[in-house]
Design a protein around this ligand. Structure first.
Ligand code: NAP
Length: 274
């Protein structure tokens, strides 16, 4: 029988996950179907229960339900608990609901494998202190950067992360003004400015020679952050399409027990950065 999976969000029409998982399933010969489901804003749990009752084996979860997904799980992983959010659920016998968060490991795999940029020993900066940064911190810290810093418009939210992650990574946190005089080898834009087209107040000299500028938003071409990076002389720029594909690969591995080749999905979904 065909195993059924889905991505649940609101809105969901834009989701590339059905395409990515269909490519993975076809290439690996897995008998599975993967659909997109839009849950009402006040109906996430009901939507999950209904999908499960109809034979669903697991779901990906996207905005704005990642926090609720973690809360409703009977067994969230340590990294999902630390992030306070889950982007993947797996349904097991006996009503067990497992939850994990693959966004951070997807980001790390994209940076290290696809972009050939090892994190160990590097100075890494995350811009933004929302859910995406929360999910990325522990996987990045596990790669042993020389420094891991978080800058946010609302500095208190960055400081809160330093407190919450104290047992996992010594974080440098603050507002954008605290970045003055510092430079970083990997700068990741985890704010939502890639969608709003706002410019971030990045100080001169922020990008070290040979730095990678990584925009988590994908499919938008050169966002203001990537344009700022290029104007500062950065040659290595990337958007978050690889993060999306790599987190999907982690979910596929978790559900199906096999790692798919991410190359074809990456090629299909990559939009030139111009
Ligand atoms: P979020 O929880 O809403 O956090 C948004 C962050 O952006 C906050 O730190 C906020 O700062 C900051 N921000 C918003 N507008 C700003 C502005 N004009 N100037 C400076 N900072 C601003 O969002 P999220 O879940 O972390 O997601 C962040 C981005 O990552 C989204 O665009 C999302 O699409 C992308 N993302 C991509 C993937 C992928 O697979 N590629 C996965 C997850 C997320 P304040 O705290 O000061 O409000």
């Amino acid at each position: 029988m065909t195993d059924r999976y889905a991505v649940i969000g609101h809105p969901i029409g834009h989701s590339k996950s059905p395409l990515i998982h269909a490519m993975f399933a076809r290439a690996s010969g897995q008998d599975m179907a993967y659909t997109a489901i839009e849950a009402p804003l006040d109906g996430f749990a009901d939507t999950v229960h209904a999908f499960r009752a109809s034979g669903g084996r697991g779901v990906n979860v996207t905005l704005p339900f990642k926090l609720q997904a973690c809360e409703m799980a009977t067994e969230p992983t340590a990294r999902a608990r630390l992030a306070g959010a889950a982007n993947c659920l797996k349904f097991e016998e006996g009503g067990r609901t497992l939850a994990d968060n693959f966004d951070g490991v997807g980001l790390v795999n994209d940076i290290q494998r696809n972009l050939a940029c090892p994190i160990a020993g590097k100075r890494v900066l995350l811009l933004g202190a929302g859910g995406a940064t929360r999910g990325a911190l522990q996987p990045i810290a596990a790669e042993r950067p020389a420094l891991l810093a978080v800058a946010n418009r609302t500095p208190e939210k960055a400081h809160q992360l330093r407190h919450d992650f104290a047992a996992h990574a010594p974080l440098q946190t603050g507002g954008y003004e605290t970045l003055l005089g510092q430079s970083f080898d990997v700068v990741i834009n985890a704010t939502s400015t890639g969608l709003s087209q706002d410019r971030l107040p990045l100080p001169e000299g922020l990008f070290a020679p040979g730095a990678l500028a990584y925009e988590m938003v994908y499919g938008k071409g050169l966002t203001p952050f990537l344009k700022q990076a290029q104007a500062a002389g950065v040659a290595r720029v990337a958007d978050g399409v690889g993060m999306l594909v790599e987190q999907a690969a982690e979910a596929f591995l978790w559900w199906r027990g096999m790692r798919p080749d991410t190359g074809p999905a990456l090629t299909t979904l990559t939009v030139p950065l111009v």
